[in-house]
Ligand binder design. Structure first.
Ligand code: MF3
Ligand code: CO
Ligand code: CO
Length: 270
């Protein structure tokens, strides 16, 4: 997408948008493409491959499928992916650093297809990883699953946050407060902020046609983060390992639809 296109695109509003069947169709296609792009990258997320190489493959895949990488040009960011290894919480910048045996890494991809945004991220264990690293990935995956399970009409955003926080803290991990999920649709980061902590029965009510991401970041240690001098990379203050999983979802009459599920079942961590 060119910068000029951004100016004519729909913009963020404080109101939470309610989308109709056309929106579900657009998001289904965008979410599927984001998931398929991630599936295509998966064989390359291995020891010895640089994160810049994975980023290049992602950009090619997206362009070859008639879509655009959403993050290029986004607020001065210039890459397709965020790749966040080990103690990087989120927004790790692709670089010539190669992934190493024993690393864990989050890969986050956002595509724009026919104006609709598909945003998803997964965790990868690079070769054999320490048991505590594997456990962190499993806890984070389950935290997202519990957040999604709380989504149905009549529930509130605080119920999602509470489902995630209460589970993560019972596992003696920390849930990051400084970043959140977000509404999306024809806007990348729209209302509301979807917090991954909270109290039951608080916040806005969920209604059919609302689209948003849930993307909990979970630390093996304390929840605090700090931003590196590059202005993007967020790391854990205590240097503990961090993990994240993200889906884009839409509220339906009975629950929710996950737009970014892998068609071949690759979302669940290996
Ligand atoms: N995909 C990220 C999210 O989940 C956003 C990345 S913005 C970037 O919201 F500019 F850092 F790429
Ligand atoms: Co997101
Ligand atoms: Co994302």
């Amino acid at each position: 997408m060119s910068l000029a296109d951004e100016y004519v695109a729909e913009s963020r509003t404080d109101r939470i948008k309610i989308h109709g069947p056309e929106g579900f169709e657009g998001m289904r296609a965008a979410g599927l493409l984001a998931a398929e792009a991630m599936d295509a990258l998966t064989p390359f997320v291995k020891p010895g491959v640089t994160t810049a190489e994975i980023d290049r493959l992602a950009r090619e895949y997206i362009m070859d499928h008639g879509a655009q990488p959403a993050c290029i040009y986004y607020r001065g960011y210039s890459h397709t992916l965020c790749i966040s290894p080990n103690h990087v919480v989120c927004h790790g910048i692709p670089s010539e650093r190669a992934l190493r045996e024993g690393d864990i890494a989050n890969v986050d991809i956002t595509v724009v297809l026919d104006g609709w945004y598909g945003d998803t991220s997964r965790m990868y264990a690079i070769g054999e990883v320490a048991p505590r690293a594997k456990r962190l990935i499993d806890v984070t995956y389950e935290a997202l699953a519990r957040g999604i399970a709380a989504v149905k009409p009549g529930a509130r955003f605080g119920d999602i946050g509470h489902a995630i926080q209460s589970y993560v803290e019972a596992q003696r991990c920390g849930v990051v407060r400084d970043f959140c999920g977000h509404g999306l649709g024809k806007v990348f980061h729209d209302s509301p902020n979807v917090l991954h902590f909270g109290r039951p029965n608080t916040g806005a009510e969920l209604k059919p046609g609302m689209f948003f991401t849930i993307e909990p970041m979970v630390n093996l240690g304390k929840p605090q983060v700090k931003l590196l001098n590059d202005g993007w990379t967020a790391v854990t203050r205590d240097k503990s390992l961090s993990a994240q999983c993200e889906h884009s979802i839409g509220v339906t009459e009975t629950g929710c639809e996950v737009f970014t599920a892998s068609p071949v079942g690759l979302f669940r961590p290996n």
